[in-house]
Design a protein around this ligand. Structure first.
Ligand SMILES: [Zn+2]
Length: 145
């Protein structure tokens, strides 16, 4: 598995162990992880800290030049909120673990010039499928349903 996707998956697993929603993300700049995070809805009672937002938050404030040289890895296709953050900060590349269990705003990202690569990783698919089956109410809350 891609080393950065593996790091994102480890974040997702950490979230699951904490009783949270198993989605993880890392922000990579020039081959180095500068921010990592996972969905914090349950753990912190947060309505905005999806995995991607948590990774961005943990990377701290960065200049536009840094964001423009970053790739964002996420175990799951990014929702409209996270897509908005990716577009706002001009992150040019997103690597998605899978989009079978949830299709995010990949078309919007591509339409705005972002390179989106979907790996359809079986570990990511399995983790989300198991979670959605086990906690459908919590999952629906996370995606606004
Ligand atoms: Zn999101």
């Amino acid at each position: 598995m891609d080393a950065f996707l593996k790091a994102a998956l480890e974040e997702a697993e950490k979230g699951l162990k904490e009783g949270g929603i198993p989605i993880g993300s890392v922000l990579v700049h020039q081959g180095k992880i500068i921010g990592r995070g996972h969905n914090q809805r349950v753990q912190r009672g947060s309505v905005v800290l999806h995995a991607e937002m948590d990774a961005l938050e943990n990377a701290g404030r960065q200049s536009a030049a840094i964001y423009r040289a970053c790739s964002l890895y996420t175990t799951l296709s990014p929702c409209p909120m996270c897509t908005g953050a990716i577009l706002l900060y001009g992150i040019p590349k997103v690597i998605v673990g899978e989009n079978r269990t949830f299709m995010g705003e990949e078309e919007l990202l591509r339409a705005r010039g972002v390179s989106v690569e979907v790996l359809q990783d079986s570990s990511c698919i399995e983790m989300m499928s198991d979670f959605i089956r086990a906690a459908p109410g919590l999952w629906n809350e996370d995606i606004g349903m």
